[in-house]
Design a binder for this molecule. Sequence first.
Ligand code: SF4
Ligand code: SF4
Length: 203
Amino acid sequence: MKIAVTGGKGGVGKSMVANSLAVEFARKIKTMLVDADAECPNDHLLLSVKRKKYKTIYQPIPQFDYEKCQKCGKCAAVCKQNAIIFAKGKYPAFVKDLCIGCKACVVACPYGAITETTKEIGTIYTGKNYGVELVSGELKLGELASGEVVAELRKAADEINEKTKADIMIIDSSPGIGCPVIASLVGTDYVVAVTEPTPSALF
Ligand code: SF4
Ligand code: SF4
């Protein structure tokens, strides 16, 4: 069974609920806690776990071949992230930090001047304490693709769980309604939404 713990606002006690549930479940059944708050993971601190690196997460990014580029600007026109800056008569300039790896520019280039390479966007860690198997995802400082990190984290958690065979998986999501939260909630059986009696926490 998979239970996601989420909430519209940070600081309402979401991680405390997720960790408390995990520790209580672990008294009786095999339990895995997935820390999917990739921009600020802290479940390892709450569980006093010294995390070990499991794998690095990479994201595709474009690589420009300026010998093939005809300065048409189509790559910049399709980039919704504004990660490609184009001025007429100049080669496109790529702003790596803004790229989310959608590959639209690779498809749009009519001259085959864009191929794919990768950049590191995060790390997945594992650890264990109080009988809880922890799998934790962390976005690399300065990167934006937290949704991709959470999607990879969920895959890694399922992969690890093929060996650990946890009876229950609790996913501690980030707050809000963005891509990382959607990636946390996909494929879960139940969602626990944590809130507090303040105006900003009601949304
Ligand atoms: S891969 Fe997507 S986000 Fe990145 S530069 Fe190309 S179009 Fe922009
Ligand atoms: S779409 Fe291709 S040819 Fe056109 S500016 Fe971009 S890289 Fe150059």
